[in-house]
Design a protein around this ligand. Structure first.
Ligand SMILES: Cc1cc2nc3c(=O)[nH]c(=O)nc-3n(C[C@H](O)[C@H](O)[C@H](O)COP(=O)(O)OP(=O)(O)OC[C@H]3O[C@@H](n4cnc5c(N)ncnc54)[C@H](O)[C@@H]3O)c2cc1C
Length: 304
């Protein structure tokens, strides 16, 4: 079978793009490097821009709470030590916290279970080749290809680099911890000069479960040290002295900055593979969703 599209990556960008292509009656198959249940390094924050982006495309929002998402009540923001607190319902805004394996799993289930789009797991797309009918992607033939393989995407086309991180991408670090449950689920961001301009965060993602992390635009070597410094200060203040590590701190590239891309007719890059994350706060899920939708919009205009 020759597909209209093959998508590399079943994250938010890949899933929403696949759903949009299906809406246009185009055939699509997704190839995903990891197995279901893989928990990628993230802050696990489904911010209000993301909720808005999902609502805008008519995503069935009750799936979020069905998948265990915690609705956030308070948004706490420190800027150089000065504290600002917002109650989200006062602003008619909704945001959620949930582990990324649950969020991505929910999108993948929607795409494959509800929309019937095939997802092949455990397929690492390293190379795309020209084929008589379009492209050969790991043995699947498609007329066009979308790369939605995230900030670490490193893929070749006919033996040449198509996309790879430039070395300039900032790195974020995050971990999952258990601590006494807060009365009100919260997002807490802490931007401090004392951490060299790093952003630290603590997000409620379950009952007594938190994502803690930090990202920095430069000086990756200091990231881990600053992360533990942050945990000693704000971590103790918000989570107490007795935290249990559920997932040790791990780092990952952020989809921000320059990227080495060699454009090629018939192959598109979307989401973090094209560095669409917000360079101010690192938020990227909503950007990935909107980029996927923009891609579908451009397609319509081109065909029109
Ligand atoms: C530490 C950290 C914290 C963050 N916190 C938040 C947050 O709280 N909220 C928020 O909105 N954003 C956050 N982000 C950003 C967010 O994770 C990304 O912007 C978002 O996941 C981008 O979606 P995507 O679909 O473009 O890429 P991804 O979610 O990275 O999905 C890419 C998919 O492609 C797969 N893949 C990769 N390579 C290949 C390959 N070669 N072949 C096949 N499949 C492949 C991957 O397994 C993955 O499933 C954070 C990022 C980091 C690093």
């Amino acid at each position: 079978m020759i597909y209209d599209y093959v998508i590399a990556g079943a994250g938010p960008a890949g899933c929403i793009c696949a759903a949009g292509l299906k809406r246009k009656n185009l055939s699509v198959r997704i190839l995903e490097k990891n197995l279901p249940g893989y928990r990628k390094v993230c802050g696990d924050g489904i911010g209000y821009a993301c909720v808005q982006a999902l609502e805008d495309i008519g995503f069935p929002m009750d799936r979020l709470t069905d998948a265990g998402a915690v609705q956030i009540k308070q948004f706490i923001h420190y800027i150089d030590g000065k504290k600002y607190t917002d109650i989200l319902s006062d602003h008619n805004k909704r945001a959620f916290g949930m582990p990324r394996d649950a969020f991505d799993g929910m999108l993948q289930e929607y795409v494959s279970g509800t929309l019937g789009i095939p997802i092949d797991y455990g397929v690492n797309v390293r190379e795309i080749r020209t084929a008589a009918e379009g492209f050969d992607v790991c043995g699947i033939t498609a007329k066009k290809v979308v790369i939605a393989a995230g900030a670490g995407a490193a893929i070749r086309f006919d033996g040449k680099t198509l996309v790879q991180p430039s070395g300039e991408n900032p790195v974020g670090i995050s971990a999952a911890v258990r601590a006494p449950a807060a009365a009100e689920p919260f997002f807490m961001f802490d931007y401090q000069k004392q951490y060299d301009g790093a952003y630290g965060w603590i997000f409620s993602v379950g009952d007594g479960e938190y994502n803690v992390g930090l990202w920095l635009n430069h000086d990756k070597k200091r990231l881990k040290k600053l992360f533990y410094q942050f945990m000693e200060t704000r971590g103790r203040e918000y989570l107490g002295d007795h935290i249990e590590w559920i997932r040790e701190p791990r780092g990952a590239l952020m989809g921000i900055g320059e990227r080495r891309i060699s454009p090629c007719e018939g192959i598109a890059l979307i989401g973090d593979a094209a560095n669409t994350s917000n360079h101010r706060d690192g938020e990227g899920i909503s950007r990935a969703i909107m980029d996927a939708e923009n891609f579908i919009g451009r397609l319509e205009r081109t065909r029109g």
